[in-house]
Design a protein around this ligand. Sequence first.
Ligand code: ARG
Length: 571
Amino acid sequence: MQYKQKVADYLAPMLEGMEESAIVDMLEYPPNPDMGDLSLPCFKLSRTLRKPPQAISEELKSKLEQAEWLDKVEAVSGYCNLYLDKESFLQQQLTEVLTAKERYGSQNIGQGRTIVIDYSSPNIAKPFHVGHLRTTIIGNALYLIFSFLGYHVVRVNHLGDWGTQFGKLIVAYKEWGQAETVEQEGIGELLRLYVKFHDEAESQPELEDRARAWFVKLEQGDEEAIRLWKWFVDISLKEFNKIYELLGVSFDSYAGESFYNDKMQAVVEELKDKQLLEEDEGAMLVRLDEYNMPPALILKKDGGTLYHTRDITAALYRKNTYDFEKAIYVVDAGQSLHFKQWFKVIERMGYDWADDLVHVAFGKVSLEGAKLSTRKGNVVMLEDLLTQSIAKIREIIDSKNPDMENKEEVARQVGVGAIIFNDLSTNRIKDIVFSWEEALNFDGETGPYVQYTHARCCSVLRKASGGSSIELPSAESFDASQLLNEEAYAAAKQIALFTETVEQAMIKMEPSLISRYLVDLAQSFNRFYHHCPILVEDDELRKARLALVQSVRMTLENGLRLIGLEAPRQI
Ligand code: ARG
């Protein structure tokens, strides 16, 4: 039950000319519980109803007082404050969670319609750095959220697997590389070769010519060039996959930039036919002056294609292949102009679905002050970050709970969870500063804190069942009148917000709404836990409190899973 919806259903017939959804949007959660559970600011209705706010609120009050699911209604300075009947609310809310279980919070909004999400998309032979971490984590969370809400999601890893750099890499490898070292060291060695190429090319400019020649060979399908390139791709993917495995992320398509090689010519023709292409010093571009943007480069002087060419081609391909309702690109904010430009090109090509292309931008990550970038040399490889986090959590477990079973597994779940959660802890567009102390703090607003609270619920439930099960003996039989205290009610109200939080996270494409929600729910549960002993003698009281614990646990688990974390039952 989304109780804003319930109130809107009830109010709509009383407010002529008002859409239910408009009423839902108008309803507010008062800043403190003394002012009710929900509040309708009636001044927003004054215009439509042509009455002063106080008169509207008085009128609504007299009508609403008949609703048996409301305890009382107050008309205060133009606001209509609603107080839910606590007992029936608690009974319904917890029953709903206990019945829906792992589906609690889900809705069928998408009805099977398709969303394509382009995320992670690292570059071959380049490190998977902390910037790629964010797109992977945000993209995966969006995939989980959209799926939970009834969409069919196609997960695309648009690998950066094409470009002149492969010509350089081939030259560098043939010049200074060794197969065994590349096999052993992977991307680290490929990167070293690439850097060496640039150093050497300063004094030996002919290296550049050789690199260009090799790239041409690659484009023409030369056997050796293709073999080396494929090898670089495999070596890189092997490393990326280790990270994806740790994060629990997978994809439906790895069609990277090279996939579009044979599809770009047709698009260039189409641009020409539509008279969008202009020549400029031998290069071909689409002017975007009218939109105050620099032109989108389509072909280089030598006929080579560019990042724009590939993205435009990929979008057309995806529209034809998947017939998406929306295509989402989870890419750092530094590329905003790139996306604005080519979205505009699609629009000018006459495709009305240009409006369905969305750039989901996010801010930079820095490591306690130092910016993380490949160029500056302080590359923090993501795999190191994850394994370090796991090791640190392992230490904490060893000192606090040395006898725990499957320590290894739990350390991974919590260590990885800490990193994911940290990335989703604020609005994605904000830059984040990574700090070990903050990310791993079991008492902070962190993944470990939420996971620990979930494990605490499990531990209570296990004790209650006298064994290893965390299931309630009989889910529906509890008496909500046993839960009429402030802490229990506050926790249940928090549980009730889950469904709309998930929906908002989807609408705003902002998984951090769920992370913050989970911290609030965990905090409100912990207040309940400290005030109300659960495993009490009194049978009815214990049953009711356990029903609340189970509902919180279920909601925490669903929420954690939606943002890509696991919910271990013991920590
Ligand atoms: N490979 C690019 C990078 O690492 C990101 C690609 C994003 N996706 C896209 N369709 N442009 O910066």
